[in-house]
Design a protein around this ligand. Sequence first.
Ligand SMILES: C[S@@+](CC[C@H](N)C(=O)[O-])C[C@H]1O[C@@H](n2cnc3c(N)ncnc32)[C@H](O)[C@@H]1O
Length: 332
Amino acid sequence: MTNNQPTPEAIMRLINGYWATGILGAAATHSLFTHLDGGADTADRLASLAGISERGAQTLLDGLVSLGLVELNDGRYANTAEASTFLVEGRPADLSSFAKLKLTHMGGMVDLPEVVRAGGPVRDAAVEVADNPHWAEVVPAIAAQSVPVARIAAETLGLAEAGEISILDVGGGSGIYSAIWLGLNPAARATQLDWGPINELATRLVAERGVGDRFTCVDGDFHATDFGTDAYDVAVYSHIAHQEGPEDNVAILSRLRSALRPGGTLVLCDYVVEDDRSGPPFPLIFASEMLLKSKQGGTWRRADYHAWLTKAGFEDISFQSTPSPATLVFAR
Ligand SMILES: C[S@@+](CC[C@H](N)C(=O)[O-])C[C@H]1O[C@@H](n2cnc3c(N)ncnc32)[C@H](O)[C@@H]1O
């Protein structure tokens, strides 16, 4: 007989949630998903390929089965479809370096009780700091998350067939939007505004994708650097709004409206929450990251984006969900 009594199982898993970050980060560190993809399907084979102990390999495999990332059939281990798509090194949407990075961030959560008391970061490492080395670590690791989203935006806007367009990416990071869009449209040109050291990194990554000759960078703080007037057909503001407060978002979006030609389109991408804050789960939980790391950031509601974009002078505003936790917002 079953009954509907609550059990502690889910809460036990949550209390020990750091196990998941640890196991996933360690498995990524030792390229386990890549070796599994290459056909290693037992603990001893994985151990010898990864150069780790067999006891360690078996423990990671047990953990990964528990987490639903690896399947076990007749004594043979294999990646699930999700692990195969998102955790094998070198695949376009590979998140394994992000998993490794997050393992190093785990200790920061110890500050959260104090951070919620204070209402903001209690250490120096806030996102607002100029040339913060934090970004050089984060930016390459998050690039893969934008790959499917940039492709969807290109499809929605017909960018491949748009001819000689010019693109501005504010806080472009790895330059991933430019790399993908310039790859799709051989007549397009892109300009990225970001901190100097990040632009150097982007210049290298975009060149590796063979489109560096149409990519230029402007170094500086996007709060203070001129975006130009009537200069661009498409502007990108991706994963920036969540680090800014409402006033700064309106100010930057207004300057983006002026930088766009009449009829030009802003592509905004971020973790957008429902107006009643009932979901979706990932954007809701991401707010804690911004509380820890930024003075004014958060995860903003659809209504916030709508109001800010309207204030900034945009008229035609639409939202498009994606297969990732991020939502695309298009504004003209
Ligand atoms: C979360 S990353 C987003 C990168 C990229 N847009 C994407 O979606 O993958 C934030 C980027 O904004 C840049 N950034 C943050 N604050 C900035 C500022 N005040 N001025 C210029 N760039 C800034 C960081 O260096 C980093 O590249």
